[in-house]
Design a protein around this ligand. Structure first.
Ligand code: C2E
Ligand code: MG
Ligand code: MG
Length: 553
């Protein structure tokens, strides 16, 4: 039999309610607090009963803020919103607060029900329905984050209190989605959110802004602390993200803006952190940048570049050309192949490096068009300058991993590779290692099919990704290209020689050929010969040049 609830039962209900509850009188005295109140604020009942609710206040809000709160209570009988309060231990924290009047024994009281942001992440339906939460990661979304920022910025004395906004964008996330599907992408995002949460301190706020973009509001004692936080953030993404025993290799580009130096309003801070993140992307991703007005100029430049690229691909394809860099047998000195590298000469922007425009084309979804241009240029060069002079040397082209699953690629490359063979060359495809790590089974099958058709597959920039031996073994590749950063450090310092010789040992065990790239000095070349690396390319022997001027013998 269920008995009617007694008054003490209601008291027990309130005492044990999972939200903090506080009752106060109209003349601003606290008359009751429940147990959760202690967990959230750190104050025991005897420390606050009889005192003013302002004992909890952080001092972060303006008097207008409180005036509006009371106005709403009077007009609508309720106030609900985000407020920054201070715990007993001095920590400021954002909390979601609802205030409403209650009548008790003929007295009018105000009930305040609240929870801190950490608890909000436990998933509150009401908040979710208010569209404040991102259901996937259970983090605040962009609107709530902006609320938090506004509240934080409205602090009255900015001089004594610094904080930074971090804008975190995952690199290569799109390829996880493209290659493995959205379910998998979602799980990776959840892991990424947990990873970010692990970096910031309690009380710092993180949010998912959209897609693969996150933000954090980080309290700082001094500006110097920022560097360490940003470093921890980028480092955290150097390790793979594990989903269902599979490793995903992402990295994060992070931009930071400091209050009040880089922006005095919430909007300005977030925008400048975003701009700084963009400069980190341009700097090669997997790194962080703190906002600077100068670099932001470069952000505008990138925007312009991106627009120019789209336009040139559409209407001015003659601005693109291809240069070829010979590869040599390091023992005999004979030329054994060449790598085709794209060039873009824009009438106003001048010569733009492929290291800049290839990633832009990938991001904007125009990499296929770019490869079409590459194919057209090489075909024209072969037609014009070398009838059948390949003599079974390699002709390598760079292919973006994003393209491999694209059905149009095979149609484009099949006749092209036939044309290359006709000219006496053996076609080779280079794919950058960092991208290789995220290929799905379907993409690997595609690569294997290329291999079966006699096309050689090379891993470009080897040493910059995280290939494990087991993974390498399962890959359908024939060639490893040692990244030039290892070659460039070859010399007096024995450490880097050890890396190169380790790569050579791996290649030998897996029966792969090796090409060292970026050889610039005789010392580097001699060292490579000594380590028994047989093939190489670099400015020392030949810079990339038009096919016309190349000695193909
Ligand atoms: P990559 O495939 O690793 O190409 C090697 C890069 O190193 C080339 O830069 C080349 O000019 C440069 N290089 C060669 N020898 C030396 C040297 O001794 N010292 C130094 N410092 N650099 C050397 P480039 O042409 O600017 O290309 C940059 C990257 O752009 C390429 O790296 C490749 O990932 C990408 N790329 C170039 N052309 C294409 C293309 O047609 N399609 C695609 N998808 N990517 C391309
Ligand atoms: Mg290459
Ligand atoms: Mg390379």
């Amino acid at each position: 039999m269920v008995q009617a609830l007694q008054e003490q039962d209601f008291k027990a209900l309130v005492d044990h309610h999972p939200r903090a509850i506080m009752l106060s009188t109209p003349d601003a005295r606290i008359t009751y607090v429940n147990r959760m109140f202690h967990s959230v604020t750190g104050y025991r009942p005897n420390e606050v009963l009889g005192r003013a609710p302002s004992v909890l206040s952080s001092g972060l809000h303006s008097t207008e803020f409180y005036r509006a709160m009371w106005q709403s209570l009077t007009d609508h009988g309720r106030w609900e919103g985000l407020i920054w309060n201070r715990r007993k231990n001095g920590e400021n924290y954002p909390q979601w607060l609802t205030i409403y009047p209650v009548e008790y024994n003929g007295n009018r009281l105000f009930a305040g029900v609240f929870m801190d942001v950490g608890e909000l992440t436990a998933g509150n339906e009401r908040l979710a329905s208010l569209a404040y939460y991102d259901p996937l990661t259970e983090l605040p979304n962009r609107s709530l984050f902006q609320e938090f920022l506004k509240a934080r910025v409205s602090q009255r004395d900015p001089a004594t209190n610094r904080f930074a906004v971090l804008y975190i964008d995952l690199d290569f996330f799109k390829s996880v989605n493209d290659l493995h599907g959205h379910d998998c992408g979602d799980r990776v995002l959840q892991q990424a959110a947990a990873c970010i949460q692990g970096i910031v301190r309690k009380g710092d706020v993180i949010a998912r802004l959209s897609g693969d973009e996150f933000a954090a509001m980080v309290e700082l004692e001094t500006e110097d602390e920022l560097q360490a936080v940003c470093e921890r953030m980028t480092n955290a993404f150097r390790a793979p993200i594990l989903v269902d025993h599979r490793e995903y290799f992402l990295s994060a580009s992070v931009g930071a803006a400091i209050f009040p130096r880089h922006g005095e309003s919430a909007a300005e801070l977030l925008q400048n952190a975003d701009r700084a993140m963009y400069t980190a992307k341009i700097a090669g991703r997997a790194c962080y940048r703190v906002y600077s007005a100068v670099e932001s100029e470069q952000g505008h430049y990138q925007q312009r570049l991106s627009e120019a690229l789209m336009a040139s691909l559409k209407v001015a394809q003659d601005e693109f050309s291809v240069v070829y860099q010979p590869q040599y047998d390091l023992v005999s000195g004979a030329m054994v192949g060449m790598e085709a590298l794209m060039r873009w000469q824009h009438p106003e922007l001048g010569a733009v490096s492929p290291a800049e425009f290839v990633p832009l084309a990938e991001q904007r979804g125009h990499i296929h068009e770019l490869t079409e241009v590459l194919v057209r240029c090489i075909t024209r060069d072969l037609d014009q300058y070398c009838g059948g002079s390949g003599n079974s040397k390699r002709l390598a082209i760079n292919i973006s991993a994003r393209q491999i699953a694209d059905g149009r690629l095979e149609q484009l490359l099949e006749p092209f590779f036939n044309r290359i063979r006709q000219a006496g060359w053996v076609p080779e495809i280079e794919i950058t290692e960092t991208h290789l790590m995220n290929l799905s089974r379907r993409c690997l099958d595609r690569l294997r099919e290329f291999g079966e058709k006699g096309i050689r597959v090379a891993i470009d920039d080897f040493g910059t990704g995280y290939s494990s031996l087991a993974y390498l073994h399962s890959l359908p590749v024939d060639v490893l290209k040692i990244d030039r950063k290892f070659v460039q450090r070859l010399g007096a310092d024995g450490r880097d020689a050890r890396i190169v010789s380790a790569i050579l040992a791996i290649a030998e065990a897996l029966d792969l050929e090796v090409v060292a790239e970026g050889i610039e000095t005789e010392t580097q070349k001699a060292k490579l010969q000594e380590l028994q690396c047989h093939r190489g390319q670099g400015y020392l022997m030949a810079r990339p040049s038009p096919l016309e001027g190349l000695k193909l013998a």
